[in-house]
Design a protein around this ligand. Structure first.
Ligand code: HPA
Length: 247
């Protein structure tokens, strides 16, 4: 079954006909929200609101391990995440949907692994290509079918937040090769890999990153909310089509 992890702007999935909800307990605590089980286009899907249904959990407080564990425990075999980002690369503007191909982890202080010692053998997972090639391809095909513009590729810089970056920090991420910046991409992607769950992320560009484009002087938060409202409609169309492609 496909799971959708919804980020800012996607705390509810209106296209999902909810059949039941479940609060799952895990060895790592409680997930951000109850899991919503239901159907999209007649296919079983489960939805998890990353920041809680009331959008009250900031990125650094999300219990990523509980979220991923709960999904796997409920027969999820694929995860499509949605996350809002700032655009570092000038090729992207607010409103764009991007399917990143790579990620760089700048976060700190987060519980970032299931392999945390104790009496278990040390495990190192391969993470060369952090996103599932198969799921990425399915998203690209779905986007073409649904008539949704989805940019293929990009490097997601995962930062701790919750504050936004300084202009100099964005310059550094740019020099590192990052094209997008967001606060929730890690450890989510790595934990999915540790559980062997194919994972991809739809990045919704909601602002130019600090010091870039319209954000040369400041990042305007009111504009972000408006952009997100519009872009999320496109995301829903895309998700519908991805579900249909899953067969
Ligand atoms: N920086 C970090 N995270 C973000 C941004 C940003 O500019 N926009 C949305 N999430």
């Amino acid at each position: 079954m496909l799971a959708i992890i919804g980020g800012s702007g996607l705390t509810r999935l209106s296209t999902l006909a909810v059949a039941h909800r479940e609060v799952v307990r895990t060895p790592f605590g409680e997930p951000s929200s109850a899991l919503l089980f239901g159907q999209i286009a007649g296919r079983d899907v489960v939805f998890l609101a990353r920041h809680g249904h009331g959008h009250t959990i900031p990125p650094h407080r999300v219990n990523y391990r509980a979220n991923l564990w709960a999904l796997r425990a409920r027969e999820v075999d694929t995860i499509l995440a949605v996350a809002s980002v700032g655009a570092i690369a000038p090729t992207h503007a607010p409103g764009d949907l991007v399917l990143p191909r790579q990620i760089i982890d700048y976060t700190s202080g987060r519980e970032a692994t299931f392999f945390d010692g104790g009496d278990r053998k040390v495990v190192h997972v391969d993470f060369t290509h952090p996103y599932s090639a198969g799921l990425r391809e399915r998203c690209l095909v779905a986007a073409r079918t649904a008539g949704v513009k989805l940019y293929d590729g990009g490097v997601y810089a995962a930062v701790s937040g919750p504050r936004l970056e300084t202009a100099a920090e964005i310059d550094r991420l740019d020099r590192d090769g990052a094209t997008l910046v967001g606060m929730t991409g890690m450890p989510e992607a790595a934990l999915a890999r540790e559980l062997d769950l194919p994972y991809a992320s739809i990045a919704v560009v909601v602002n130019h990153a600090a010091g870039r484009g319209e954000s040369a002087q400041l990042v305007a938060m009111d504009r972000i909310v408006r952009v997100l409202e519009t872009a999320i409609e496109e995301v829903k169309l895309l998700i519908d089509q991805v579900v249909k492609e899953m067969g």
